[in-house]
Write a protein that binds this ligand. Sequence first.
Ligand code: ADP
Ligand code: ZN
Length: 618
Amino acid sequence: MVSPTDLRTADAREVLRRVFGYDAFRGFQQDVIDHVVAGGDALVLMPTGGGKSLCYQIPALVRPGVGVVVSPLIALMQDQVDALTALGVRAGFLNSTLDLDARRRVEAAFLAGELDLLYLAPEALGSRSTVQLLDRGKIALFAIDEAHCVSQWGHDFRPDYLALSMLHERWPDVPRIALTATATSATRAEIATRLDLTGARHFVASFDRPNIQYRIVPKREPRKQLLALLRDEHPGDAGIVYCLSRASVEKTAEFLTANGVAALPYHAGLDASTRAAHQQRFLREDGLVMVATIAFGMGIDKPDVRFVAHLDLPKSVEGYYQETGRAGRDGLPSTAWLAYGLQDVVQQRKLIETSEGDAAHRRGLARHLDAMLALCETVRCRRAQLLEYFGEPATGACGNCDTCLDPPESWDGTIAAQKLLSTVFRLDRERNQRFGAGHCIDILLGRRTEKVTQFGHDSLTVFGIGGELREAEWRGVVRQLLAEGLLAVEGDYGTLVLTDTSAEVLGRRRSVMMRREPERPASSRAGRSRASAAAASAELPPAAAPVFERLRAWRAAAAKEQGVPAYVIFHDATLRQIATDAPASLAELSRVSGVGENKLAKYGEQILAVLAEAATTG
Ligand code: ADP
Ligand code: ZN
């Protein structure tokens, strides 16, 4: 057991090594830690998986007093405390889930100086008794986690966060550190103002997540495409599948389960206890797939989520990046996969049109959607486009996204666009009628459908002039024109209408480059072999793979016995290194990254026994 009194005199690097078992700080962790240890305020922006927790956990251990962590994620506090306890750190939490006895115990420990970290829900700071409790103890620092919750424009807004500026007024000498993975500079400015952190030092990391492979594919039969992805590239892996509606969450979860993939639904329509139970199972069991609306995911710090799949178009690049960022926190290869089609554009545009709020609000939504569509339609490196969106200069093609791995062809779609827009123009004159994309394409392809003949559209001059493209290609044309705002949809039936800029194309004053629609679903082989985002045992030396499996089995049993998620015991990355290095003694084992003093004392002998057994039985 690490002795807490020793730690008090230790420096940050020693804490990193002894408690967490890591050799070196990542990125600017050390700068943040030094700054906060010295009593400074900090605003930290780092992508998910960047290592934000250490930025406040280590100062809390080094400075005298208790580090108070404000977090909106009540359902995850127990896991956070369990993970710290496993490291030998003394942690507790206060929130509405505790009964009176448990609350009293935590309060007593806090007052006796027997805690290193105390987690609080933001609403707790609105209660007088909690504030008085804090007044009676010694506080090392305040950490405000998920600080973007203070932003009224973001989708995670928590009114209680607005009151957090009181921390500074009430405890002016206690350093504050606010942390978020939300990247835009507008959000950053809002956090600084609302939390009264304008004088704080800002630490802004690169938002690149090189281990995540970004892929956006044309949507055909989305559930089947998803199943193929899971079977081919992620058998037995844990992952998250995002859907827009509760109904499609339910259907997709049923579909996966019926096809032998262990999947659970999660959406706001399920009662709280079912949601909590599903989240709990996702965190604790290996290899479960969570099918969810965006109600799921904030603060999920499961390190081995191997893929995040979107079956519907996200509303903004911010949301998309935050959701996909939940993959691969452990730094191992992971996949972010999105299936996207014409219907998504029509649906999202319609949602905006019918949304509540004034015109300015709707324009804001449309701007966000446009950026997302531009990402989907780009022929450039997806990562470069994402990073530029967040204000980071592009560093060239990444080599780990679909456009880098399998460059799409672009083609001059000006004439096709003119044909389509002319058709829309002709139909537009029959104002009382409602004609969507399907009907326009039927006309272009010269199909005498019932509707075409009923309205006499086979006598239009545009009838049958589009034979050079397949139906899927025409849908691509419609989608890309919608994405670029050269065409719009209106009303409940998705009627196509011209926009102010359509005339530029019709009048040949503007050309339109398009992304070519692939003939068949692109094979995923290229992505797979290059990124090997496969099962967790990929890439291990042949001799180490069976050892890794044994270690995982040992870990699963230990996690079950203690009632904690497997990753609280050791991360995959640590077990992989143990399997590869095959340490022969406790001293050698202690050098593996992720093996701190407490875990060495607790599990060291067991690990060596598993290794010895693996060596003798082969
Ligand atoms: P964030 O909160 O920014 O999403 P975490 O704090 O959960 O990220 O850290 C992500 C992962 O990286 C965790 O598994 C953590 O243990 C690991 N990690 C953080 N800092 C280091 C480091 N300096 N060396 C090795 N691993 C680290
Ligand atoms: Zn790329």
